[in-house]
Design a protein around this ligand. Structure first.
Ligand code: IMP
Length: 200
């Protein structure tokens, strides 16, 4: 299996395979990893997404599955939006909730709720022949807006406004570079990149 020659990629250490079918995630990731002089290759593989209470376990299971399918050392990334007034809902069920309720459904659920604090969490899981999946976590606090704002990004971006953001903008009102200054994904990826550069 020449195209899956793992040691060649490991020794090179300059290209990271990101198993995802979400181009927005890939685009954000490639900018972050470029800060560390790491190139990112998008690996369009359908990895299983288990139902679990922990996004860490979901990311680990997906990374293991994608690794089994491709034989390549790779990362996957899994996210959750945790809304305080809804006791952390949708959390690990964010993907399902996005597909069924969408951003409008979340706004409807939050209609009469004044306390709108929420956080976005990301787990990057790296899987290789040398070690069990290793994970990196990133988190950003913020709030759910009262209406959708902005055209950039994807998913819940139009209704999530990160805190520590003097621009008072939602993720969807930011370009990729600006979102990467704050985002859960960028934080998890920076943790991964620091570790990756130190050991690979
Ligand atoms: P997943 O882990 O990628 O499946 O993410 C769970 C859900 O959160 C999906 O519906 C995504 O569209 C959404 N999501 C993940 N990351 C982001 C983000 O950075 N901004 C907005 N929505 C996101």
């Amino acid at each position: 299996m020449k195209e899956h020659n793992v040691s060649a990629y490991s020794l090179e250490g300059k290209v990271v395979f990101f198993a995802t079918r979400n181009f927005h995630k890939f685009n954000e990731a490639r900018h972050v990893l470029a800060e560390f002089k790491i190139a990112t290759a998008m690996l369009s593989v359908e990895a299983i997404e288990i139902q679990n209470d922990s996004i860490e376990n979901i990311a680990k299971a997906s990374a293991t599955d994608a690794f089994k399918k491709t034989g390549l050392p790779l990362i996957v990334e899994d996210d959750g939006l945790f809304i305080e007034a809804l006791n952390g809902f949708p959390g690990p069920y964010s993907s399902y909730v996005y597909k069924t309720l969408g951003t409008k459904g979340i706004l409807k659920l939050m209609e009469k709720i004044e306390k709108r604090d929420a956080s976005f969490h990301s787990v990057v899981a790296f899987c290789s022949p040398k070690l069990n999946p290793k994970t990196f976590h990133g988190e950003i606090g913020g709030e759910i807006t009262t209406q959708e704002r902005g055209d950039h990004g994807f998913g819940f971006d139009p209704i999530f406004k990160p805190s520590n953001n003097s621009y008072c903008k939602t993720f969807a009102e930011m370009n990729t570079q600006r979102k990467n200054k704050f985002s859960h994904r960028a934080k998890a990826l920076r943790g991964f990149a620091k570790w990756y550069k130190s050991v690979w």
